[in-house]
Write a protein that binds this ligand. Structure first.
Ligand code: 5GP
Ligand code: MN
Length: 339
């Protein structure tokens, strides 16, 4: 990994394009997370200050735990408002693609995004960007988050003085969520320097932690208790932990989208466990989340076996087999004896 994966395509050439007011379409991946919304809204607030007309379009619904973010009410959802979103896409001068590496990660409007004639600009930290589809880009898997890269981009653009409270809150959100609150190895000195700079510019960080981590429903907390007690399987010999959730499990606790967020990390808090997998049964497929510690590459594992990908230590994937068959195949791949 490392610097070998750094990819830059003409990013300096984007700066002159931002000298004159423009209509700018900003989008991110399906099922946006803290980094996806933090980076798109952080860039949105920056471009507004520069006199542009930006719009953020999410491919799917924004999860409730991000509903407090500044500017979130301006975000359009391609799934529920396809016509309005298509109009924004048609009228845009530029398209920013943030926190994803291939066009099909926007799911609901992959075709439309691919057909757009305006230049697409990539800013992202996932491995293996599909370079050919972006006119300009910066992709750096060593970066903690896309939010950190938006901060870098603003500074390259000479706009540090425009960083206000809204921008700071958005960028902090993505860095915080993508680094597990500043503990993953990607939390470099540059990350801490960025945080110090945001604090100097008025960032109120404590309230952001409250919004994201201390806003659970009692129901969700009880669901977590149930999952850890009843559903988590630990395999010490294989250093693995697996949680498989069926549709019935979710219905029993009236679980909302986003309520399983973060659950995949719990097995990794057990000593000796270095691979964790969460399987969630959906109507059409089984969604999979992979997490690891140290030198275990779950990105390649997810790509090779479960039609997915992502980062070295955090990846996703899917299976169209049943939950039981997917679980069986996963266990075999991990060297876990199955009946
Ligand atoms: P999560 O488990 O949180 O859904 O995903 C973990 C990481 O892997 C995220 O950064 C996400 O963007 C990425 N990821 C999830 N699913 C896929 C996938 O199917 N393909 C690729 N390339 N990345 C994915
Ligand atoms: Mn990210």
């Amino acid at each position: 990994s490392g610097r070998l994966n750094l990819y830059m395509k003409n990013i300096e050439a984007v700066l002159p394009l931002l000298q004159e007011p423009k209509k700018i379409f900003i989008t991110t991946h399906h099922k946006p997370d803290g980094d996806a919304m933090g980076s798109t809204l952080g860039l949105y607030h920056y471009l507004v200050q520069k006199g542009h007309q930006p719009v953020v379009v999410s491919p799917s619904e924004v999860p409730d735990f991000l509903a407090w973010m500044p500017g979130i009410n301006t975000v359009l959802n391609f799934e529920s408002e396809p016509r309005q979103c298509q109009k924004e896409l048609d009228q845009a001068d530029l398209i920013f693609c943030l926190d994803f590496n291939r066009l099909d990660r926007v799911k609901s409007f992959t075709e439309q995004l691919g057909a757009a004639l305006q230049p697409r600009i990539l800013i992202d930290h996932h491995l293996h960007p599909d370079a050919a589809v972006f006119a300009y880009g910066m992709s750096d898997p060593d970066k903690s988050s896309t939010c950190e890269m938006i901060y870098d981009f603003i500074r390259i653009d000479g706009g540090a003085e425009l960083i206000n409270n809204d921008i700071a809150a958005c960028l902090y959100t993505g860095v915080m969520t993508d680094t597990g609150s500043f503990r993953f190895p990607a939390t470099t000195a540059s990350v801490h320097e960025m945080l110090a700079d945001l604090k100097h510019r008025g960032l109120e960080h404590a309230i952001i932690h409250q919004h994201i981590y201390d806003s659970w429903s009692a129901e969700r907390m009880r669901f977590l208790g149930y999952v850890l007690y009843e559903k988590m399987e630990i395999f010490p010999e294989q250093h693995a932990g697996i949680i498989a959730l069926s549709l019935a499990d979710m219905q029993q606790f009236r679980i909302a989208t986003g309520d399983t967020e973060g659950m995949v990390n719990y097995p990794l808090s057990i000593e000796g466990i270095n691979t964790a997998v969460l399987l969630t049964e959906k109507k059409e497929e089984v969604r999979m989340s992979f997490r690891s510690k140290g030198d275990i590459d779950v990105s390649t594992f997810a790509a090779a076996n479960f039609n997915g990908g992502g980062h070295f230590n955090a990846a996703g994937g899917r299976s169209t087999e049943s939950l039981a068959d997917t679980l069986q195949r996963l266990k075999k791949l991990l060297g876990i004896p199955v009946k």
